[in-house]
Design a protein around this ligand. Structure first.
Ligand SMILES: Nc1nc2c(ncn2[C@@H]2O[C@H](COP(=O)(O)OP(=O)(O)OP(=O)(O)O)[C@@H](O)[C@H]2O)c(=O)[nH]1
Ligand SMILES: [Mg+2]
Length: 340
């Protein structure tokens, strides 16, 4: 039968299935926060070697890793022990995560559990139909200066994630220093709210039908051709569309360094009052800001009412590797470090 019927097509065209997965203590807490801020339809999962922490965190599913090897006591920063422990159950975990079309993997880098599992699971999911989106929190400089093991774990983890390519969101805690007078928990709250906006924008872009469509398949296709990529978001009043990209880059908590001609998948959302002139202004800024992108994919969505605010979601690719490691190096790095 060639007529598939509107009902069956709607079912097939439903929103992609999403999991938000916290690895280790900091990652699991961030997943709890994202859930509280609201990600409708997303399954929240925590994976940890620390049974006490796992029991406390508010998520849909909990997975204790390395029960035999680590006895539910955490890894104490030992990445190698976590990798050994993961051998028991990694196949089962990957099989569970493969049930989703997009899997966000969150970890605070520096400890053993998150730093070890994030590259491991990202690499394994990259060989499947599931799109892994690793999200890392880079420690404050004061933490790195106090603890050399932390730096080793961060460096090892980031280097591997950069080698893997694909979409990587690296949020720099150090960029939160402008909130120095706030209580620490609130500062993490600011960061998690920003991450929530990033995740929601990405899902929004691939979820809803658009006038010029960007869907999950086009996102994956773009990522395959773009090497290491990241995501920026911005909002600007409709009277100043030419500042949208500038504003998205200026407000980012993410760490990345752009090459001269990044590839860009740019999605713009506006209302019924969005004009071709406005689209043209945004695209002109994209071309100028990125000195003619290597590849430019453009999508747009018109909401059913007039909007005063334009929203931009952009996936930027071809990022230079090692940027994250440079960013978390102390400014007084000695010659051995500086020469690397
Ligand atoms: N947001 C948040 N960050 C934390 C917390 N605990 C530690 N961090 C920071 O997050 C980074 C990683 O720490 P954890 O998440 O505890 O490490 P882990 O992945 O659980 O690894 P192990 O405990 O060593 O097995 C470090 O930079 C910590 O300073 C926490 O409870 N919440
Ligand atoms: Mg821990």
């Amino acid at each position: 039968m060639l007529d598939h019927g509107a009902e069956a097509l709607r079912e097939l065209a439903g929103a992609p299935s999403i999991a938000v997965v916290g690895l280790g203590g900091a990652g699991s807490e961030a997943v709890e926060d994202l859930g509280a801020l609201g990600l409708p339809g997303a399954r929240s999962i925590a994976i940890n070697t620390d049974a006490t922490h796992l029991g406390r965190v508010g998520v849909d599913e909990r997975i204790l890793l390395g029960r035999r090897e680590l006895r539910g006591r955490g890894s104490g920063g030992d990445r190698a022990a976590v990798l050994r422990a993961a051998e028991e159950s990694q196949e089962e975990i990957v099989r569970r995560l493969q049930a989703f079309e997009i899997v966000f993997l969150l970890a605070g880098l520096g400890g053993g559990t998150g730093s070890a599992l994030l590259p491991l699971l990202s690499r394994q999911l990259q060989t499947t139909e599931t799109l892994p989106v690793p999200v890392v929190f880079l420690p404050f400089r004061l933490e790195l200066e106090a603890n050399p093991m932390l730096r080793e774990n961060v460096d090892g983890s980031v280097a591997e994630l950069e080698r893997l390519g694909g979409l990587l969101l690296a949020l720099e805690n150090e960029k939160l220093r402008r909130f120095d007078s706030l209580p620490i928990q609130r500062v993490f709250g600011v960061r998690n709210a920003y991450l929530h906006a990033l995740v929601a924008s990405l899902l929004d872009m691939v979820d809803h039908p658009s006038q010029l469509n960007v869907d999950l398949a086009s996102l994956k296709n773009h990522l395959r051709q773009s090497g290491l990529s990241t995501l920026v978001i911005g909002e600007e009043h409709i009277s100043d569309p030419g500042r949208l990209v500038h504003q998205a880059l200026a407000d980012s908590l993410l760490d990345f360094r752009l090459p001269d001609h990044p590839s860009a998948l740019v999605h713009l959302e506006g209302g019924t009052n969005l004009t071709l002139q406005t689209l043209d202004d945004v695209l002109r800024e994209v071309r100028e800001r990125f000195h003619e992108p290597a590849r430019l994919v453009f999508g747009t969505r018109i909401r059913p009412e007039p909007r005063e605010v334009l929203r931009l979601t952009a996936v930027l690719g071809g990022l230079r590797p090692r940027t994250v490691r440079e960013a978390v190096r102390p400014p007084t790095a000695g010659p051995a470090l500086a020469a690397r």
